[in-house]
Design a protein around this ligand. Structure first.
Ligand code: HEC
Ligand code: HEC
Length: 261
């Protein structure tokens, strides 16, 4: 069958449009100082709650390093900021294209003079973590350790040094919903405490401190309480100031690269 000429023309035009569109995305078209300034304003409105007023991070990562876990090219940053990162706490904010590009210009400007210098020694921190403390009872670090708390193998990509420090000193300040401990009181009176792994209308699965799994029917329970407390004990006073610096430096250095480009 022969394709009508009009169609061929249409296909060519569409194909051209798609490739222009694809090309536009490879490089940031908004890089003037004004673009950076506009990007800074958008950043103050949309990003500081997690990345800090100066971009050095908080609950979200430090963006002043010039190194990005999900890729450092313009295209990769575009994708991260435009679409968010699912299930990571980095939301999809639905910003229009031109704002995303200006944000990228601003974020890049942050790494021109890196602001985060941290005092500790990561090597010493690594030793403290494996020899003197019980962090690995609950945390995996590069495949070793417990599973009650979050895996810390890539925590340096995700959190700022201040956040890491306060996680160690005040674990109860900001507890991820998924890690709030739950107390299940059974009808016989037996109490099981654990972190919730799964829950639906009829049942709940908990992992207790010894990593035993408990699968419970809600109809067998007298009470089910979610606590705001974290299972992580506070280490206030457990380390000297310089040990704490070393631990934070070690955690901050934990940055295995994502496999994705
Ligand atoms: C509700 C908190 C939150 C908000 C708001 C937020 N982010 Fe994030 N962001 C995160 C978290 C958490 C991560 C880390 C995700 C990970 O590493 O898995 C992240 C990751 C990123 C990354 C990727 C870092 C890397 O190493 O690849 C960039 C870039 C980024 N955010 C930029 C922004 C910008 C720009 C804004 C504002 C438009 C913004 N974020 C708003 C929480 C947030
Ligand atoms: C009894 C179990 C337990 C022990 C021991 C423990 N943690 Fe935790 N940790 C948790 C849990 C559960 C969470 C998640 C809830 C929260 O944020 O408090 C957590 C959270 C964290 C976070 C924040 C992670 C994030 O995503 O922001 C860091 C950092 C951390 N722990 C470091 C440590 C270090 C360092 C030690 C040892 C000095 C340690 N933990 C000992 C259970 C533990």
């Amino acid at each position: 069958m022969k394709m009508p000429r009009k169609w061929i023309a249409l296909v060519l035009v569409l194909g051209g449009a798609v490739s222009v569109w694809a090309q536009q995305r490879e490089e940031n078209p908004y890089t003037t100082p004004e673009d950076v300034a506009i990007g800074a304003e958008i950043f103050q409105r949309r990003c500081v709650t997690c990345h800090g007023g100066d971009g050095t991070g908080g609950r979200g990562p430090d963006l002043t390093r010039g190194l990005f876990r999900y890729g450092s090219s313009d295209v990769a940053l575009y994708r991260t900021i435009r679409s968010g990162i699912s299930a990571s706490g980095m939301p999809r904010l639905g910003l229009p294209e031109e704002r995303v590009w200006r944000l990228i210009s601003y974020v890049r400007s942050l790494s021109e003079n890196p602001r985060v210098t941290i005092p500790g020694d990561p090597e010493r921190g690594k030793q403290i973590l494996s020899s003197q403390s019980d962090c690995k009872r609950c945390h995996l670090v590069n495949g070793e350790g417990g599973r009650l708390g979050p895996d810390l193998s890539e925590i340096g990509w995700m959190r700022s040094p201040q956040h890491l420090r306060s996680s160690i000193l005040n674990p109860n300040r900001e507890v991820d919903r998924g890690y709030r401990s739950v107390e299940a009181v059974q009808k016989g009176g037996q109490v099981i405490r654990g972190v919730p792994l799964n829950e639906d209308a009829y049942s709940i699965q908990l992992m207790d401190l010894e990593e035993n799994l408990h699968s419970l029917w809600k109809s067998d329970l007298e009470d089910l309480r979610q606590e705001d407390r974290s299972w992580m004990p506070s280490y206030q006073g457990a380390f000297t100031g310089s040990e704490l610096d070393d631990l934070v430096a070690y955690l901050y250095s934990l940055r295995r690269k994502k496999d994705s480009p």
